[in-house]
Every structure is written in structure tokens, then in C-alpha cells.
Design a protein around this ligand. Structure first.
Ligand code: NAD
Length: 348
């Protein structure tokens, strides 16, 4: 099993180093690693944020563990050369259409949530976000109106096949959890959402055991902070999912805690923390590596067929937190390496 390690920029290399220590400590037979440049570091070394060799490694690998991209030095580059284009390019080139973001609150971190502890403690959900379609990939541009004013436009669309494949991921995810799926759309206003809702209802016939509900996105945003415990699995489009998953992450505590998976139709995936390259704390040993360590656990579970190893990592993280491991974002003073040490101590 080949794992592509793409540390990227800012705190990316710092958090990936800790995840690598944890994976090494598991001593799983047949696991090999190859590392490549991506993002701003790749642009500086090779003139492109996603060099051909990096894309080739990502295609050859069984799974990809990704740090983060983003470098203030690159903010004025043409858009196609900016570090963030690397992650969009990987999603598109590898057809990673399903983004899974678990949002679970470790009980020890109830105080870190933006919500009251008694509300936050109920959070245990997965948001399944479509990644390859919607308004982000539709026709877009700037034009002039007949009377000479500037107008920007971005076309929103989904075809039924795109909706069906992500709906199936939503139902499958619900089957493996609490068997409740909430589909989020804006079918009262948008035709794209009406098709979305129709196709989700058709797909439900394949999963009769799952309890399906529908919610408008504005109501979902409200319900996520009012009563997050009502959600088991949410499935939604690219734009709504982008916003709701960030909202859910802050309800669940620090951004430094949450992992994610982006999967293709064959469970090959790219695994990354949901945070960015955090240039404000890069190189200072302040980054919380737990989101990346938990991303490695997701990788073992979803792409590498090693659910027991995934459980071991998740259990070690929970024990490290219970034992008082806290980086600055969690109100403590432990360094990135000390957080890695705390997890390793619980693995052994
Ligand atoms: P960010 O997630 O990098 O940082 C937001 C805040 O959270 C910062 O204060 C940061 O210090 C803190 N933070 C983030 N991760 C942390 C961690 N592991 N431990 C402790 N604190 C942490 O978001 P941003 O500041 O909006 O963006 C910075 C750069 O990252 C930008 O260039 C952006 O485009 C990029 N970005 C990349 C990805 C990705 O690689 N998938 C995702 C989001 C943002």
C-alpha cells in the first residue's frame, strides 16, 4: 500500500510529521510512503502548485495524506498558479467527488465549542458534501449589461447522475451509523435543488432502512447551532456543504481537531485536516496535529481496509485528551511535537 504524503505549506509539514510518527508506530506491514511538493512550496521550487510528478504520485498511490496549502507570498500570483489551485486540481483530476467531514465533540473539549457545553456535547454527525459540481464548476465570468454596468455570473447546475452518486454515499454513510439522513437543499427557490431533492427521494428506494428527511439550507444553518444533536448524516451540494461544514466544525471545538476525507467512486481518497496552512502560527510549534492524525485514521478506515488500526488511533487521541494534552488552540501550552508524543504514549 503506497501512501502519498503531500505536506504543503505553513503548518502542513509540521502536522504531517506527527501523523507520520503515529502511522510508523502502528508498524503495519506493507505500508510505504512517498513524499512530494504541493502548493506554494511546489510553486517556489518548480513553478507550479501541482507539478506533474506530484499528480503522478497522487494517481499511483492507494491514498493521499495532505497537509495544507496556502502561502501569503503567493497571494498576488495569477489564479491558476496560486497554492490553493493544487487542492482543486487534485479533486478534479482524481474525481474526488465525495467529501466526508465528521464533526464529533470529544467530551473533554466541551468548553472549546462555540456552543453551550450541554448543546455541544450532543454533536456527533458526518457532513457529506458533493465536491465536483455545483456553482463552483459552472460557467462563470464577468460581462457588461446593455447599459454598460459590470455584472458577474456563476451558473449553478447538477445533473441527475452527479446527485445520485453523492446521495448513495450519504445513504451508505448513514447505514454505517445511525441510519438517519438529512438532505439539505433550497428546493423552494432553486430548480437545481428541486432536481436534487427528486433524485435523493428516488435513491431512497435503494436504502429503505434509512430514515430520510429534507431541510432547506437556511433552516439547516439555524438547526446546526440550535439542536445539532438531531443530525446523524447530512448530504448536500458543494456550495451549501462548504458553508455548513465549517459552521459544524466550530460547533465541535477547535478547527485543529477535525479531519476530512475526499473520496472517489472506488474509495480511493485524499485525507486532510479541514484547516488551512495557518501562516500566523507556522514554524512556531503551536499547531495542533490532532486533525491530521485523525485524518490518517480515516485513511486507514476508508481507503486501506484497516478499521482496527483506525480505532487504535482514535482511541489514543481520546485518551491523550483525557490525560490533559492541550495545544494552545485548546487552551493549553503543549507544542506540536508534544501533542504527537501524547498520542504515541497512548498507542503503545
Ligand atoms: P486557517 O485554517 O489556515 O487558519 C484559521 C485560524 O485557525 C488561524 O488563526 C490559525 O492559526 C488557526 N489554526 C488553523 N489550523 C490550526 C491548527 N492545526 N492548530 C491551531 N490553530 C490552527 O485558515 P486561513 O487563515 O483562512 O487560511 C490560511 C491559508 O490556508 C490561506 O492561504 C488559505 O487559502 C489556505 N487554506 C487551505 C486549505 C487547504 O489546504 N485545504 C483550507 C483552508 C484554507
Amino acid at each position: 500500500m503506497l501512501i502519498a504524503l503531500l505536506p504543503g505549506d505553513g503548518i502542513g509539514p509540521e502536522v504531517i510529521a506527527q501523523a507520520r510518527r503515529v502511522l510508523d508506530a502502528l508498524d503495519l506491514p506493507g505500508l510505504t510512503f512517498e513524499e512530494a511538493l504541493v502548493g506554494g512550496s511546489a510553486y517556489k521550487a518548480e513553478g507550479h502548485p501541482l507539478p506533474a510528478a506530484t499528480l503522478d504520485l497522487a494517481k499511483r498511490a492507494d491514498a493521499i495524506l495532505f497537509g495544507a496549502v496556502g502561502d501569503p507570498d503567493c497571494d498576488n500570483l495569477e489564479r491558476h498558479l496560486r497554492p490553493e489551485q493544487a487542492i482543486l486540481g487534485l479533486r478534479k483530476e482524481l474525481t474526488l467527488f465525495a467529501n466526508l467531514r465528521p464533526a464529533t465533540l470529544f467530551p473533554e473539549l466541551a468548553d472549546a465549542s462555540a456552543l453551550r457545553p450541554e448543546v455541544a456535547s450532543q454533536i456527533d454527525m458526518v457532513i457529506v458534501r458533493e465536491l465536483n459540481g455545483d456553482v463552483y464548476f459552472g460557467d462563470k465570468g464577468m460581462r457588461q449589461t446593455a447599459d454598460g454596468r459590470r455584472e458577474g455570473y456563476d451558473v449553478m447546475s447538477y445533473n441527475e447522475d452527479e446527485v445520485r452518486r453523492i446521495a448513495r454515499v450519504g445513504f451508505e454513510t448513514a447505514m454505517a451509523r445511525g441510519k438517519k439522513l438529512c438532505s439539505v437543499d433550497k428546493a423552494n427557490v432553486l430548480e437545481t435543488s428541486q432536481l436534487w431533492r427528486d433524485v435523493v427521494i428516488e435513491t431512497h428506494a435503494e436504502y429503505p432502512e434509512v430514515e430520510l428527511s429534507h431541510m432547506y439550507v437556511d433552516n439547516a444553518a439555524m438547526q446546526l447551532v440550535r439542536n445539532p444533536g438531531q443530525f446523524d448524516v447530512i448530504v448536500t451540494g458543494n456550495l451549501f456543504g462548504d458553508i455548513l461544514s465549517d459552521q459544524a466544525s466550530m460547533c465541535a471545538g477547535s478547527i485543529g481537531m477535525l479531519p476530512s476525507a475526499s473520496l472517489d467512486a472506488n474509495q480511493k481518497g485524499l485525507y486532510e485536516p479541514i484547516h488551512g496552512s495557518a501562516p500566523d502560527i507556522a514554524g512556531q510549534g503551536k499547531a495542533n496535529p490532532l486533525a491530521t492524525i485523525l485524518s490518517a485514521a480515516m485513511m486507514l478506515r476508508y481507503s486501506l481496509g484497516q478499521p482496527q488500526a483506525a480505532d487504535r488511533i482514535e482511541c489514543a487521541v481520546a485518551k491523550a485528551l483525557a490525560g490533559g494534552a492541550r495545544s494552545p488552540d485548546l487552551g493549553g501550552s503543549m507544542t506540536t511535537t508534544q501533542m504527537g508524543d501524547a498520542v504515541l504514549a497512548q498507542l503503545r
